[in-house]
Design a protein around this ligand. Sequence first.
Ligand SMILES: Cc1ncc(C[n+]2csc(CCOP(=O)(O)OP(=O)(O)O)c2C)c(N)n1
Ligand SMILES: [Mg+2]
Length: 549
Amino acid sequence: MIPNKNQSQSGAKAIVECMKRESVSHVFCVPGESYLPVLDAIHDEESIALISARHEGGASFMAEGYAKASGKPGVVMATRGVGGSNLTIGVHTAYQDSTPMVVFLGQVHRDFRGREGFQEIDLDQYFSHIAKWTVEIQDAKRVPELVQRAFRIAQTGRPGPVVLSLPEDMLLEKAEMTFAKPVQKPAPRPSVKEIEAIESLLHEAERPLIIAGGGVQRSRAELSLWGFAKTYEIPVMAAFRRHDVFPNDDEHYVGHLGLGAHPNLLKTVEKADTILAFGTRLSEVTTQGYSIIKYDHKLIHVDIDYESIGKVFAPDVGVVADLKESLQALSKINVTTRWSEWRKERRRAYEDATAIDKGSFNQNVMATMQELLPQDAILTNDAGNFAGWMHAFYQFRKRNTYVGPTSGAMGYGMPAALGAKLARPERTVISLSGDGGFMMTMQELETAVRCNIPIISLVFNNQMYGTIRMHQEIHYPYKTIGTDLGSVQFSKVAIGMGARGFYVRTIEEFEEALTEAVNGGVAAVIEIESDPEQISVSSTIQQVRDKHR
Ligand SMILES: Cc1ncc(C[n+]2csc(CCOP(=O)(O)OP(=O)(O)O)c2C)c(N)n1
Ligand SMILES: [Mg+2]
């Protein structure tokens, strides 16, 4: 254990000491004069690297991706109202995605607060709706208490973002600092009575189905989940953008509940009679607009967060507990498994829905990635229809191989890949984006080049905000507005920023580019010319128009 220090030091030094105690290895930021003392304290701290980004939105996505890939809180810093407003998208994503994040924001001098000083906003108020907790540190001697509390709140219960506002003069103020021990996450076990209640529901179940979410990943319970599913022969579905919670090539895996989920997968939920919701908040997307879980389903809901249970769906048994502890307790229950036929039937339905059609270019791109990438490669992505092919056809086979925004934030993929690569330098990390989303944060490619972070970015270029165009054609056919985009040569812009750039039109060119990029050891962009007419996994623009005429 790190010994407690009882010494006089500045607020800024104490903040960095707290980061060190929480084993933070990287801090992401855009610098600002309001928090120079913190930057200087990081300069003097060998164990922490500072990654300076090109936009606070990019920095916040990097921190979010770092947190998802490392299991540690992501730390991001920015300056006052200007930097704070720029990074809100990452805070919102961390909130929706239950990702631990600690945000430090420089604030004006304490004497100037409330006068609308230069770039002043009430940062703690401003973030209070999208953060789990916010605080302004008024007194340097309370830095250890409040910063350590911030790290605790970010990581415990349902994880999420916390925001600290740091008045400039407080950072230089010296005080006697007393540090507490680093955060230990509580892991409550379900009671004997709760386990018995689950056991008795399973006795009656004829078609049980597990829906597994991020809570399983946060407690590193993927192996326990796999053991549980295997022992009792229960099929498993992944909640929205929690693909890697269960090996997709395992015979117990039956699909991902995402946007535009295949009818076969929806049928699996419809046919199930008992749903075991493990570590998921049963979000709008996972439940397809809160529609697929019905009153006559028996619902067993286990989650670390008291508020997630019964938020929308009242469970038959609701348990507030750590997922690993819960699955370990559940592995000892006494039920005879008789669900093997049901499990096999739903696996076949999943396999039918995801069989690769070699005539589809984008499906071939996924098949090529599956073949050429190491099994432990980490994939990240933006929001957009290009991602539909990955969601449907790429199989995540190892745990901790997917980093994606359940918030649906465009611009997330590439900066999140930077964060993930810093957290897992030994892995291949590859982001997938559309031309719309990539352009929102593409300036961070320079950060990747400058900081030697060799990530690979695929950009599916169809010269449009394709997803929105699809919705337009559904509701207002032939009336395109606001969704066309101009031509950008992403591979050339990449080269201009010092990365490698590839432009591909055929599957052979893609294979060649991906092989080179994986072995290249430098940041690379592979721009994929995409057919604008193929608007989604299942439809062309004409088919959408005809269907909704
Ligand atoms: C930050 C943000 N702004 C707007 C949206 C709404 N939106 C969702 S998908 C999309 C278009 C995505 O375009 P692109 O990245 O080119 O991917 P495509 O759909 O063409 O494959 C938009 C504008 C969003 N999800 N996130
Ligand atoms: Mg596009």
